[in-house]
Design a protein around this ligand. Structure first.
Ligand code: SAH
Ligand code: SF4
Ligand code: F3S
Length: 471
């Protein structure tokens, strides 16, 4: 495959990422796979020769967005074709996995549909597309719907076929260590889109972690749809838990911060809870989704635990690390959820006190057991419950941010702030902090005095004299 376009310009790829952090990781890996083919990154779809939509199927709204974006890309493709140039459209991620050929039927301008476990094969898929275009003649019309599809769960792991990760964004990197899910919560598509649970071998994870730290990562977030179910093969042949892996990653010299997400309450084992007390790199913030506070609903969701177990885990985590901040996901309006069930959720939120939380209206996903349940909750009830829940967690988030005002904390700066001269970074509790500062601090950890806490962020002041900026 040629490294440059026929007009001598480098080829460019634009990758749009929807959904969770695992998709963010995958998008970066796709860029790594495409780089040896000569693809540089484009800033926008109209500057690209290849566009990849890395999609999310978790809620109806998420997957519908993809089709409207594809409509716009089809128009761009038509314009390019009129200029005698090529434009390749690829759909990757969880919609690709779930809908497969249906995408090619609904939008024939799509050239490639590739699932989350198959994108290491993008070069072959692009070659197939090129062969089809050549067969149709230069600038010729391709037969509608003649796109190529790869939504297999190949026997080889994509991780064994991906090049080393390149480039660290502002001192922080994601690292996927576990994929897929065997839990089959009755609302969720992930077991179908990502496949069965798979843990990467510990040595591969450690090697990638060392590379990322050597490339400038001060913070690593290890990822998995069910990250604390990690059970990878250890270098000695034994099975490593997440706790064991976290302890090993914590020993990498130069790594200042370590996080893991997303966890399931059922897999919070004793050693992992203890690690929060004795691994200093492990940040005092944990996303531990509970979804509902009602035992009846948790049971119908097939979560495999009740509210008491969740509350007990929270208590034990806080005993291990007193300043641990918690966040959660909630679904309101799961089929059969009564006012009393919802009230139980609100009581649980009051009891725990979250630093942040994400709440969603239940979305009926085709093929999941929840979709077949008859007692669906009316949309207006879901809307009202969502508003009440968000108001409560909003108050808690604000109170949490306000409680940090007046303290001085290390902040990892990452990007420009909202106002001129401002930069934005994260506290150990994953709060966003805005401060006047130099962009040369991106990717650095600097002490910041927190002045005021708001609903979603804090205002801070860099403690001068405590840092140096390399010119
Ligand atoms: N593995 C994680 C969640 C992954 S999906 C866990 O077990 O908690 C991210 C979040 O999307 C979920 O926590 C849930 O709150 C939400 N979600 C998943 N399916 C949904 C659906 N059908 N409707 C609404 N929200 C959903
Ligand atoms: Fe989905 Fe449940 Fe698996 Fe999380 S644990 S990914 S919510 S099936
Ligand atoms: Fe969405 Fe797939 Fe992640 S459905 S949330 S992109 S695992």
């Amino acid at each position: 495959m040629k490294d440059v376009r026929t007009d001598g310009q480098p080829k460019r790829v634009f990758i749009r990422t929807y959904g969770c952090q695992m998709n963010v990781y995958d998008s970066d890996r796709m860029a790594d796979v495409l780089r040896p083919l000569g693809y540089a990154l484009a800033e926008a779809p109209d500057q690209a020769d290849l566009v990849v939509l890395n999609t999310c199927h978790i809620r109806e709204h998420a997957s519908e967005k993809v089709y409207s974006e594809l409509g716009r890309l089809r128009d761009l493709k038509t314009e390019r074709r009129a200029e005698g140039r090529d434009y390749t459209i690829a759909v990757a991620g969880c919609v690709a996995q779930a809908e497969g050929e249906e995408i090619l039927r609904r939008q024939p301008a799509v050239d490639i549909v590739v699932g989350p476990q198959a994108y290491h094969r993008l070069p072959e898929l692009l070659a197939q597309v090129a062969r089809k275009s050549a067969a149709a003649g230069v600038g010729g019309k391709r037969v509608p719907g003649a796109g190529v599809l790869d939504t297999e769960f190949p026997p080889e792991s994509k991780f064994d076929h991906l090049p080393s990760p390149q480039g660290i964004r502002a001192g922080s990197a994601f690292l996927s260590i576990q994929e897929g899910c065997d839990k089959f919560c009755t609302f969720c598509v992930v077991p179908y889109t990502r496949g069965a649970e798979y843990s990467r071998p510990a040595s591969a994870v450690l090697a990638e972690a060392r590379q990322l730290v050597a490339a400038g990562a001060l913070e690593l977030t290890v990822l998995g749809q069910n990250v604390n179910a990690y059970h990878g093969e250890g270098p000695d042949g034994s099975t490593w838990s997440l706790a064991r892996l976290v302890r090993a990653i914590g020993e990498i010299p130069g790594l200042a911060r370590l996080r893991y997400t997303t966890s399931h309450p059922r897999d919070m084992d004793d050693d992992l809870i203890a690690a929060h007390g004795d691994v200093p790199q492990l940040m005092p913030y944990l996303h531990l989704p509970v979804q509902s506070g009602s035992d009846r609903i948790l049971d119908a969701m097939n979560r495999g635990h009740g509210r008491d177990l969740y509350l007990r885990i929270v208590e034990r985590l806080r005993n291990a690390r007193a300043d641990l901040a918690l966040s959660s996901d909630f679904i309101v309006g799961f089929p059969g959820e009564s006012d009393a069930d919802f009230d139980e959720t609100m009581r649980l939120i009051e009891q725990v006190g979250f630093a942040s939380a994400y709440a969603f209206r239940y979305s009926r996903r085709p093929g999941t057991p929840g979709a077949a349940l008859t007692d669906q909750v009316p949309e207006n009830v879901k809307v009202a419950r969502l508003a009440a829940l968000q108001a409560l967690v909003g108050q808690q988030a604000r109170a949490f941010n306000e409680s940090k005002a007046g303290t001085t904390v290390p902040v990892l700066f990452a990007e420009a702030g909202r106002k001129p001269g401002q930069i934005m970074g994260k506290t150990p509790w994953l709060q966003s902090v805005y401060a006047q500062g130099d962009p040369r601090l991106f990717g650095r950890i600097v002490d910041v005095r927190l002045i005021e806490g708001y609903a979603n962020s804090l205002l801070g002041e860099i403690v001068t004299g405590d840092y140096e900026v390399a010119a």
